[in-house]
Design a protein around this ligand. Structure first.
Ligand code: FES
Ligand SMILES: [Fe+2]
Length: 373
């Protein structure tokens, strides 16, 4: 049953957030800790959005299938014979069994393990053995065309797979445009995958991982071992649903970019709600898939790409993986501690946001707040 924010929030809980005084407050603690608030996001925010749920390289071959949970629903990704990735409700049309529970290659047909109904890679029902009796697949009133897998709007941009559960989010190309426009000079069809870092489940709310990526305020403090960029070189990106920050090293006097570190000109960009892309000049891109699991848990994995069209050597790949593993562990520790801080009454009103460095965080939180109304 659907809940509303009014039903689950205590009287006045969002007052400080909604009515900024001289300083703006963040979202109250319950937005990060409360199971009902997470349920509200599962019902209203995630289904209404283009959620990035996988990398295209997760399904490299025709017949590859991969289950993913989106907003608590079982969804199935399928690479079809045209080379496209489609999405379906991961549910058999016979008795509604979850069809696929682990990534695999199914060849040309996807067979339900219960009574062997089979679907092709476009979701069409191809076989329902003995459904009407021995050797009878089509009892009266049963039409194969009415019992195919239920499609879910799905699209691929670059190497990244998005789904929009309720089909209300508009065209994917429009959704990605504000970020795509900031990638001039990058040929997304020629990215070289360096490696994937699988962080598993991080003990924090998905919003903390996003907010952390969006603001530059923490960078010189948390990542002091990998960068000496002064905060002054950073600026905030606050462009509708494309939020983040950036740093232009060549604006800083006497500071040179240093390949293999964070000391390079960078773009830290997101698309609301869960897509994260970092561009590190001259030739690197990183993309995170953040999958909200529960109010205090988020599954995260990250792909590292080269943008110069050159396959990275083993040594370079290992160095980049080590750099990014260490950097993200620093961020995860902060995000887990943000989550822990939410158990304190002090966090009830969400702390205060910098009017300079965290205006994009504020915008992100407003998008969340609006989406759960
Ligand atoms: S539930 Fe799938 S074939 Fe019966
Ligand atoms: Fe960080």
């Amino acid at each position: 049953m659907s809940v509303s924010l009014k039903e689950i929030a205590d009287q006045g809980q969002f007052d400080a957030f909604e009515n900024p005084g001289p300083l703006t407050h963040g979202l109250p603690a319950m937005a990060y800790t409360d199971a009902d608030f997470f349920q509200l996001e599962q019902e209203k925010l995630f289904p209404d959005s283009w959620m990035c749920v996988a990398y295209a390289h997760d399904l490299p071959k025709t017949g590859d299938v991969s289950p993913v949970e989106v907003a608590g629903r079982p969804i199935l990704l399928v690479r079809n014979a045209d080379g496209d990735i489609g999405a379906f409700q991961n549910v058999c049309r016979h008795r509604c069994m979850k069809l696929v529970d682990a990534p695999k290659n199914v060849g040309k047909l996807l067979k339900c393990p219960y009574h062997a109904w089979s679907y092709d890679l476009l979701g069409k029902l191809r076989s329902a053995p003995h459904f009407g009796g021995i050797d009878n697949q089509t009892p009266e009133n049963f039409n194969f065309d009415d019992h195919g897998l239920v499609p879910v709007p799905c699209g691929t941009w670059g190497h990244w797979v998005f789904v929009n559960l309720n089909g209300n989010a508009g065209a994917l190309s429009d959704h990605v445009a504000p970020l795509a426009n900031r990638l001039n000079g990058v040929d997304l069809s020629d990215l070289k995958l360096v490696g994937v870092l699988d962080f598993g489940e991080v003990d924090t709310n998905w919003k903390f991982l996003m907010e952390n990526f969006i603001e530059p305020y923490h960078v010189p403090v948390v990542h002091s071992s990998t960068t000496d960029q002064p905060l002054a070189d950073h600026y905030v990106v606050n462009d509708g649903t494309c939020l983040g920050s950036a740093v232009d090293i060549d604006r800083a006097e006497g500071v040179e970019g240093r390949a293999g570190s964070l000391n390079v000109s960078s773009r830290y960009l997101t698309l609301f709600p869960n897509f994260v892309l970092g561009r590190y000049f001259p030739d690197q891109l990183g993309v995170h898939v953040n999958l909200p699991v529960a109010s205090g848990k988020t599954r995260q994995y990250r792909a590292i790409y080269k943008t110069d069209g050159v396959e990275p050597c083993e040594q370079e790949g290992q160095a980049l993986k080590k750099l990014w593993w260490d950097v993200h562990k620093e961020d995860h520790e902060m995000c887990e501690r943000l989550q822990q801080g939410r158990a304190s009454a002090v966090a009830a009103e969400g702390g205060v946001l910098s009017p300079c460095w965290e205006i994009s965080v504020r915008r992100f939180q407003e998008l969340v707040f609006n989406a759960v109304q």
